[in-house]
Design a protein around this ligand. Structure first.
Ligand code: KIV
Length: 259
């Protein structure tokens, strides 16, 4: 088993797992110092391209961004989020996942879904491709984005999905916007680590979209915490640059070449 995956598994019930998304090298390099997992999420569709849905994200776009992220990630586990319609059956999933692993040198792939994708997960795992699961809100296929686990029937289905995914061989599962008591129950009942987003502190680890955390996106989701307002900081720098250019204060001689 991949040593980095072993390390993630060993953290269950010992220490929290830190995960963030990255879409390019410069950010990835910073995250690599602090994160256990760097996820190249298909959230890049809305974050970078203003797509209405992650359905529009292509495999090639994900591969391009992942190649950039790979340049910045050394120590963390790097996960590639398989985009919509690239894993509709075991054969298609295997072909695309093999291409992704070869082209991007990522350590694992992530797939959205429960019972419906079990044969696909099994096919990848059988072929030594490590898989992370993803249940709760499924941005690729859900029509409405509302938290999951409000009703008992839905909770039972999600809990069952996580058990099926575990049996199929996933090494970890993202829980997206899952009700507090349900995320606790899942985390207690499965052996692989759960990584929460909007799913409370009960999960074994947490993931957020990096642009939300640093204040570069306009995200208003309840579960997001903005740790810094980078949009403001960048705007301040650009304003100062403009002023200096207009007043001929930049560039100075030290920024210029002289014989
Ligand atoms: O696409 C993404 O960024 C994700 C995480 C938020 C879990 O799937």
């Amino acid at each position: 088993m991949n040593k980095k995956i072993k390390k993630i598994l060993n953290k269950k019930n010992k220490s929290k797992i830190v995960c963030l998304t990255a879409y390019s090298k410069n950010i990835a390099e910073i995250l690599d110092k602090y994160c256990d997992i760097v996820l190249v999420g298909d959230s890049l569709g809305s974050v970078l391209y203003s797509y209405k849905s992650t359905k529009e994200v292509t495999l090639q776009t994900m591969i391009n961004h992942s190649k950039s992220v790979r340049l910045g990630v050394e120590k963390s586990l790097m996960i590639f989020d398989m985009p919509y319609n690239t894993y509709r059956n075991p054969k298609e999933a295997l072909k695309n996942a093999k291409l992704v692993m070869r082209e991007t040198k990522c350590d694992a792939v992530k797939l959205e879904g429960g019972k419906k994708i079990i044969s696909i997960v099994k096919q990848l795992v059988k072929n030594k491709i490590p898989v992370m699961g993803h249940v709760g809100i499924l941005p690729q296929t859900d029509k409405k984005f509302r938290f999951k686990g409000k009703k008992q029937k839905e909770s039972e289905k999600i809990l069952n999905d996580t058990k099926l995914l575990e049996n199929a061989g996933v090494f970890s599962i993202v829980l997206e916007c899952i009700e507090i008591k349900l995320s606790k129950k899942i985390t207690e009942q499965i052996k692989v680590p759960t990584i929460g987003i909007g799913s409370s502190v009960n999960c074994d680890g947490q993931v957020l979209v990096i642009d939300d955390l640093i204040g570069l996106s306009q995200s208003k989701f309840k579960f997001v915490k903005k740790y810094v307002d980078m949009a403001k900081i960048i705007e301040g720098a650009v304003k100062r640059y403009k002023l200096e250019v207009l007043k001929k204060k930049f560039p100075k001689v030290k920024h210029s070449f002289k014989n």
